[in-house]
Design a protein around this ligand. Structure first.
Ligand code: ADP
Ligand code: MG
Length: 739
């Protein structure tokens, strides 16, 4: 008897060798195997008669091979096959089909699937490049009963089609999965509380497994293809529900910790007012209110401030910092790059220092002596606002009295860093929830702290410039509260974005020159991606020479890239900020956060090579002042279809939320941020675009379960769900910290 947790190699017909192949796709248990869903289904119960086919439809056709052979044309080899159904014939072609030469035998029964089309010259219907499966061979010898049994999985029903893995074909998966389900312990645990199942109309796990792989004859093919059968819904909801349950629990745990209840009185309000260099927008006011109300609560704040590039997050962060500092606490502000940390340092000094606040910068590139001195200031509590990169995390900086951590461009930090930062194991609450979480503390308090011994956890405010579609934010940051800055500061003129082919660069440079003559500044950005760093960096440097030495020989042109000495980087950035450089040639080091309102032009070379979110971030460097700004996307050579979509989206809209939605659709949720930084659980059956509504439902129901037993949910059900959730998080997402 198989259990869901049984390693897949114990399924009959799968040995260690095949288990290894499955392992490459993350299939290691029976449970994993059963979650390997068909990517489509073929209706072989009612296959189409050849005579009733219509041009333009997708169809499954079953028939016998009447003739087949390779035809060599001038342009390519074409494999042709004629399928026979009684008197009717259908021609099928495979372009470049030499590999099929010896595949088919006369009289074989085959199933073909593809798009029916009209042959342009003969006007007859045909299918090009169909997917196919050889069902049976008239000449097949051997065990008749076994053949018939196998056949019954292939024809006369709705047949599941799986993605092949190596040499494991769709047909192989049908047999293996069938065997696994047949031998599965029939008493499967039902971890979802009855009331939740009832509200969503969920079928049992066992029924879901069966029917998702072996749909009933009457099942709607459309529902199957769009993953909307009851079996699909059960499996998808199941997956989302336990992810959301984990996130909800984490959120609860955080709220159960002891935090700092900051006081927000007239004095603090006046202090905030004093530093404001401009009138905050309505959105900034609302968001600050949300943050301040969190900070007043006795448990730690875990809030994410989401706002499009240029919406003015920095000042909100500074306001929050003042609340903490005026309450006698220290504040850490972390940025993902040194350049950005630098810039925050300068604006903090400009805005806050005159009010008497003590600000320090701590980055990896400081000289050792200076670092030691800064650390001492921090440890003694002299420094009130500490600005740095994630070196702040890694180097275990000791704070005297850390009250608030602000993480700028939070999406740039990996999820593990995020956990480290968020985690402040105050033993009491962890133990109460049954987990031991080893983990680094972001900071330690030497002197003050709560009387019980465990120091209160600091508040955490994340800020992100990548506006996430709501569903994704819910999942990725489901353990955080969300504030949205959905208004740009007044007086901004929308950025004009144009696409221009490489050959027209002289015109582009003329345009840049005119803008500079009008007193503005410009960025010229080159792609330098890690894989090709050496050569691309060289290309960027060469372009810099070309621009500074020839095209703009009379102007002041600077160069900024990641490999520069930190001090030099600093100097270049500062010169550009002060207007001493008119043109800045840069790589994507300027992608996030950089704020020079006088820069009104951004020329992006090889724009087709950047991701959509990245292009939007880059463009966010301009349009920060009142003057009209221009973004020029230059493309050289051939642009892929997806590249076209990205560039068109950029030309069409400036709205980060729209861009994020589109990006999600183009790339799919898994790649939305690039897996390395995503920290996104990769789903086995759910798809965040398709399954938005189920995700919302899962979140709602998870909250109800975490709230504890009620008239609707028994305590047995609650604990069963929680136990299941922990196992799931450990086995599937490798996250041990939860619960
Ligand atoms: P981001 O949200 O991308 O981090 P910043 O905080 O860098 O944006 O702000 C973008 C620019 O807008 C900065 O130059 C900032 O000084 C300015 N700014 C922010 N809020 C306002 C406001 N309420 N009125 C006028 N200018 C503002
Ligand atoms: Mg910013």
């Amino acid at each position: 008897m198989l259990e869901l947790s049984t390693p897949v190699k114990y399924v009959k017909g799968i040995g260690p060798r095949i288990a290894d192949i499955l392992g490459t796709k993350g299939i290691s248990t029976v449970d994993d195997l059963l979650h390997y869903l068909p990517f489509r289904y073929e209706d072989r119960l009612n296959p189409r008669g050849i005579s009733e086919l219509r041009a333009g439809e997708m169809a499954t056709v079953i028939g016998e091979v009447r003739s087949s052979g390779l035809v060599l044309t001038r342009r390519m080899p074409i494999f042709k096959l004629t399928l026979e159904q009684g008197r009717a014939h259908l021609r099928c072609l495979w372009f470049h089909g030499a590999y099929l030469k010896d595949k088919f035998k006369l009289g074989q029964l085959v199933a073909l699937y593809g798009k029916v089309e009209k042959n342009p010259s003969t006007r007859e219907l045909q299918i090009s490049n169909p997917q196919f499966e050889i069902l049976a061979d008239r000449t097949d010898s051997g065990n008749g009963a076994e053949n018939r049994a196998a056949e019954s999985l292939e024809i006369g029903r709705i047949v599941p089609i799986y993605e092949s893995i190596g040499r494991l074909t769709p047909r192989w998966f049908r047999r293996a999965i069938r065997t696994a389900i047949e031998n599965l312990n029939p008493d499967l645990l039902e971890p979802i509380p009855a009331i939740v199942r009832k509200r969503l109309g969920l079928v049992s796990p066992r029924e879901a497994f069966w029917k998702v792989h072996w749909p009933d004859a009457g099942e709607s093919l459309q529902d199957l293809q769009s993953a909307r059968t009851p079996a699909h819904i059960r499996m998808i909801f199941d997956e989302l529900f336990f992810v959301e349950l984990g996130l909800e629990l984490k959120r609860r745990q955080q709220k159960a910790q002891t935090g700092i209840a900051f006081r927000l009185d007239e004095r603090v309000r006046a202090a905030i007012k004093k530093i404001l260099p401009f009138h905050p927008t309505a959105a900034q006011k609302r968001v600050l209110k949300e943050i301040a109300s969190d900070m007043e609560k006795p448990y730690p704040m875990r809030r994410l401030l989401q706002g499009d590039v240029g919406s003015g997050k920095t000042i909100v962060g500074f306001e929050a910092a003042i609340i903490a500092i005026e309450n006698g606490c220290q504040v850490a502000l972390m940025a993902p790059t040194e350049i950005l940390a630098q810039q925050h340092y300068f604006s903090a000094r400009r805005i806050l220092e005159s009010a008497g606040y003590r600000i320090v910068l701590l980055t990896g590139s400081l000289e050792t002596d200076r670092k030691r001195e800064v650390r001492r200031h921090i440890a003694q509590g002299n420094a009130q606002l500490v600005i740095g990169t994630h070196a702040l995390l890694e180097e275990k900086v000791e704070f005297a009295n850390l009250g608030l951590v602000i993480v700028d461009e939070q999406h740039r930090f990996g999820v593990l860093q995020r956990l480290k930062l968020m985690k402040k194991p105050s033993e009491g609450s962890e133990a109460a929830l049954g987990g031991t979480a080893p983990g680094a503390r972001p900071a330690q308090r030497s002197s003050s702290g709560s009387p019980q011994g465990a120091p209160p956890a600091p508040d955490v405010l994340g800020m992100t410039a990548t506006p996430l579609p709501r569903t994704l934010a819910l999942t990725l940051y489901g353990d955080l509260d969300l504030s949205v800055l959905d208004e740009l500061p007044p007086g901004r003129t929308p950025i004009v974005t144009r696409r221009v082919a490489d050959e027209r660069s002289p015109e582009v440079w003329d345009f840049v020159r005119k803008q500079v003559a009008a007193g503005h500044q410009a960025y010229v950005v080159y792609p330098v991606i890690e894989e090709n760093e050496e050569t691309e960096l060289k290309a960027a440097i060469k372009m810099y020479r070309e621009l500074s030495g020839r095209v703009f020989a009379d102007l002041k042109v600077g160069l900024l890239h990641g490999r520069l000495d930190p001090e030099l980087k600093d100097q270049v950035m500062r010169m550009f900020q002060k207007g001493e450089l008119q043109i800045l040639v840069a790589t994507t080091v300027i992608e996030v956060g950089v704020d020079v309102p006088n820069a009104t032009v951004m020329v992006i070379e090889h724009a087709e090579r950047f991701g959509l979110a990245q292009l939007h971030q880059l463009r966010g460097r301009i349009g920060r002042g009142a003057a009209k700004s221009y973004c020029v996307l230059m493309t050289g050579g051939k642009v892929s279809e997806e590249g076209e979509k990205r560039l068109n989206a950029m030309v069409k809209t400036n709205d980060g939320f729209q861009i994020a939605e589109l990006d999600l659709e183009l790339r799919g949720p898994g790649e939305f941020f690039g897996t390395r930084q995503a920290g996104m659980p990769s789903f086995r059956v759910a798809n965040l675009i398709r399954d938005r509504e189920l995700l919302e439902a899962a979140k709602r129901e998870a909250a109800a379960v975490v709230a504890g037993p009620s008239t609707e949910i028994s305590d047995v059900e609650v604990s069963r769900a929680l136990v299941h959730m922990r196992t799931r998080w450990q086995n599937t997402y490798g996250l041990v910290e939860v619960g």
